[in-house]
Design a protein around this ligand. Structure first.
Ligand code: GAR
Length: 191
């Protein structure tokens, strides 16, 4: 059984969707949720779903081994960022080489980088007059949103779309594809 850890900073609707998906998978399980915001709704979801959670602050994330030690103690095999907004530090990248993946709510390499998250992305896509947006699932490296792409899916941006209506379309793509792509990735890793 491979163990998946999810990092999330906010609502956690993707985290919940992923946790539920793997409840029925004999090969993989979400065993830990990690969150940098004590009041994030993802923590309620994790509690309700019976998944342990670890809350941490910036100092612990960037200047201690608290998180790495917990991941090792739980024998976590891969890490999924689902709405997690901090850059991943070198100690985690080194401990999980090519085993950390992120979802971004646009078609990278456009509309990525620091500060490009959630509604800011959708506002930028609409402001740029794009005809298409979507999701990018990609490997994580030491630069925001620049790791190699694993999967993309697209949706149209219509003239009357607002950041909210575009977010809803992008979320639908996330829910439809992210768990399956994580599973394919997890199943491809050596035991
Ligand atoms: C998702 O749309 C995800 O793609 C995005 O945050 C949202 C989290 O929603 N991630 C980023 O913008 C990363 N740069 P959720 O908390 O409901 O899953």
């Amino acid at each position: 059984m491979k163990k998946i850890a999810i990092f999330a900073s906010g609502s956690g609707s993707n985290a919940e969707n992923i946790i539920r998906f793997f409840e029925n998978d004999p090969r993989n399980r979400v065993s830990l949720v990690l969150c940098n915001k004590p009041d994030a709704y993802v923590l309620e979801r994790a509690k309700r779903l019976g998944v342990p959670a670890l809350v941490f602050n910036r100092e612990q994330f960037y200047h201690s081994d608290l998180i790495l030690d917990r991941l090792k103690a739980e024998a976590v095999d891969l890490i999924v960022l689902a709405g997690f907004l901090w850059k991943v530090p070198a100690n985690l990248l080194a401990a999980y080489p090519d085993r950390i993946i992120n979802i971004h709510p646009a078609l990278l390499p456009k509309f990525g980088g620091k500060g490009m998250y959630g509604e800011h992305v959708h506002e930028a896509v609409i402001a740029a007059g794009e005809k298409e947006s979507g999701i990018t699932i990609h490997h994580v490296n030491d630069r925001y949103d620049e790791g190699a792409a694993i999967f993309q899916a697209t949706c149209p941006v219509l003239p009357d779309d607002t950041p909210d209506t575009l977010a809803a379309k992008v979320h639908a793509l996330e829910y439809a594809h992210f768990p399956r792509v994580i599973k394919e990735f997890a199943d491809s890793l050596p035991e």
